[in-house]
Design a protein around this ligand. Structure first.
Ligand SMILES: C[S@@+](CC[C@H](N)C(=O)[O-])C[C@H]1O[C@@H](n2cnc3c(N)ncnc32)[C@H](O)[C@@H]1O
Length: 209
């Protein structure tokens, strides 16, 4: 009889331990699930925050996506700057992307500024300028249609065909004399270029004002 009681108590204790073990396992796995869900959610939020600036141009009136200038295109812009008859060495790149044109011009002694809507690209450009100690290149998050062009002698634009007529009118109203416009890939529709450099998608049109 005593043996029976001991056996029953032993089995009950075993049962309690097993149940507690299962509860601990369930608690552990629910914590892991919560951690995984938080990590996935956090990663999704970070990814969206980084991607949004690249996608948002598609929601604007004029759709100008991020397409970086090719090496040849940058070289052609530098050739245009080397030949420049503009009355000063102040340059602005309208929609400066990762800053490659502004940085290359800065390295050649131009006081260069890039305006760009995409915050990630603005930060990246600033970081590249800092890492390469290019002190005369600066960047700001700004709409290229709201810039004061009168401060600059060299205006670089790598835009899209649809925006060129509007830009041409804007330049006509606001550019001071002895400045030049360097248009990449798409020319201004009515202005006559003083010279054209390169060919195909790397063509650069230079307009002396
Ligand atoms: C074709 S990419 C040219 C990038 C750079 N200029 C280059 O040559 O490598 C055009 C850039 O303009 C930016 N952009 C689009 N709309 C803009 C706006 N309204 N104001 C300023 N930047 C804009 C885009 O984010 C993109 O980086």
């Amino acid at each position: 009889m005593e043996n029976m009681v001991c056996l029953t108590m032993f089995l009950q204790l075993q049962h309690v331990e097993t149940t507690q073990g299962q509860e601990t396992t369930v608690r552990k796995s629910s914590k892991t699930g919560l951690l995984l869900a938080s990590l996935t959610g956090g990663a999704a939020i970070i990814l969206s925050a980084v991607c949004f600036p690249f996608v948002s141009p598609a929601l604007r009136r004029v759709v100008l996506p991020y397409v970086p200038a090719s090496t040849q295109q940058v070289e052609n812009v530098m050739k245009a700057l080397a030949k420049s008859h503009a009355g000063g060495r102040k340059l602005i790149d309208l929609g400066s992307g990762d800053g490659r044109i502004v940085l290359a011009a800065g390295q050649r002694g131009f006081q260069s500024h890039g305006v760009e809507l995409n915050t990630v690209l603005v930060l990246y450009s600033k970081l590249t300028a800092w890492r390469n100690r290019i002190t005369n290149a600066s960047f700001s998050r700004q709409d290229l249609f709201k810039v004061d062009y009168t401060k600059y002698n060299n205006i670089v634009i790598f835009g899209v065909e649809e925006m060129m007529p509007e830009l041409e009118q804007l330049f006509e109203r606001s550019l001071k004399s002895s400045s030049q416009v360097i248009a990449c890939r798409f020319p201004l529709p009515n202005w006559k270029p003083s010279h054209v450099i390169g060919e195909g998608i790397d063509t650069v049109w230079v307009y002396e004002v």
